[in-house]
Design a protein. Sequence first.
Lengths: 134, 370
Amino acid sequence: MLQSFPLATVRNGLIDITASVQEAVARSGISDGLLLVSVPHSTASITVVSPWDVLGLEDVHDEIVRLIPTRIDFKHQYDTPQDAAGHVKAAIVGHARSFFIDNGRVGLGHSQKIYFWEFDGPRKRTVEVKVVGA
Amino acid sequence: MSQYADFVAQIDSLPELVRTESRQIDDRMRLLLTTPEIYGIRQVILTGSGDSYFAAQAVAPAIRAWTGLPVSAMLAMEASRYLGAGVQPPSVLVVAISSSGEAARVIEATRRLRAAGALTIGVTANAESRLGLSAERVLGIAIPGAAPAPGTRSYVAALLAGYALGIRLAEVRMTMTMDEANALRAEIAGLAAALAEASRVSAEPLATLAAAWQEFRTVDVLGSGPALASAGYGAAKLVEAAGLHATAEDAEEFHHLNYFVSAPETIPTIVLAAPQSLAASRVRELLTALEGLGRPTVLLTGPDAPPGYGTWLELPAVREWFSPLLHTVPTAHLAAAWSHLLSATHYRGHAGPWHQAQGAGLVRGSAIEV
C-alpha cells in the first residue's frame, strides 16, 4: 500500500520527516523489508543528514544554494528563477531514498534523519512512502 | 435581435468568457517576457483610452500590490505627449491596451515610448493592427465574437490580461510564490460564478431603478481605487448606450467637485464599494453627504455592508482587486435597461451630429505624431 502525507513548507531548506516516515512504516505492519521515501515533485528532494547541529543543516542547504544559485538566466523560464534552480538541485539530489527495515526498525544510524528538502518553497507538498515486505 | 437583447446577451456571456479566457490569456502571458526582462523592470505604465484606460486603471492597484513596483495607469494622451522626457530606458515596461489595436493615441504612445527605450507590450485582439506592429510584444486578447453592443467582453478580456500580467511579474520576481500565483489564477477563473450571481441579483432591481430615473439626464458614478475604474466603465456604458451625461468621479474628489452641482435631486448617483474596500470608511461618509443632498442613490456593495442611505444592491463578495470584473455586470445592466427605456440608439447610431464617429474614425483617424 502506498502511503502519503502532506507537507506545507514555509521556506527553502531541510525539514525532518523521520517521525512521519516511521509512523507510516508502523502502519504498514511490515517488520522486515524495504522502505522507499519519495516525493512527486521536481523541485524538492529526499535526503539523509545529521540532525544534531542545526547549523549543520544550514550548511548543507547553503552549500547547494552556493553551487546552484537562483539566477535569472536559466533557459527554463516557464515558471520562476527559483523553480528553474530548484529543478537542477532536485535532479542532482534525487527525488527518493530507500532504507531497509529490520525487525520494525528503519535502517538509520544514530546521526541520520530523513529530510524533505525544499528548493522552491513555500509550497504545498506531498511525501509518499512505500513499504515492501521481505 | 434588438440592440437591448444584444447588449443583455453580451452581459450574460461574461461568466463563460472569464471561465474560458482567463487560462488562455495566462498561458500566453507566461511566454511573453523572459526572466531577465522581468527582472529589468523598474516601473510599469499601463495606458489606453476609453474602456482600455479603465482596464489599465482597474488593474494598476493590484499589480502594484503584487509586485511592489511603481505601477501607474496613464491616459494615452499623457503617455504619448507628456511622458517621454521621464522615461529611463530600458527599465520601463509600457503596457498599451487597445482591443482593436487601432486607437491612434495608444499607437502613438507605444511608438514614442518604445523609441525612448521602454519595453512595450501591446494588449490587443489584433496582432496585425498598428498597435500590434508597433509594440515589441503582443499579448493577444482575441475572444469569440458576440452581437454588437457597447464594449463589455473586450473590457473583460483587457482586465484578464492585466491581472495575468501582474501575477506573472510577481511570480517571476518572487514577490508571490508559485502556489499563491496559481491560487490567484484559479480564483479569477472561478469568478465566473460571482459574475453570474451578480447578474441574477442586479438585473431586475437596476431595471426598476432605471425606470424610476428615466427622466433624469445627468448621472454621477462614484468609486475609489479599482472601483473608480468601474465607475469610469459604468459611466461610459451609460453614455454609449443611453446617451446620458454620465461622469465618473473618485469618492474623495466628489466632495470637492460634483457635490456642488445644482439640483441634486435630479442627479442619480451610483456608488461602487464593497464593505471591505480600502475606501469603505470614506464611502460611508459619502453616503451621508448624498443623503444630505437628497440625491437618488444606489450603492453596489457586498455582503455584510452596514446600513446606509439609498438603494442597496448586495453583490457577491470578491477580493477588492477583482471587483472591476464583478462591476462590469450591474453597470452594464443599468445602461442596457436605461437605454431600452429611452429607446436610445447605441452611440446615437453614429448618425446626424455624431456621423464623424463612424468606423471609430475620430479615434482611429487622428494624426499620429512620433
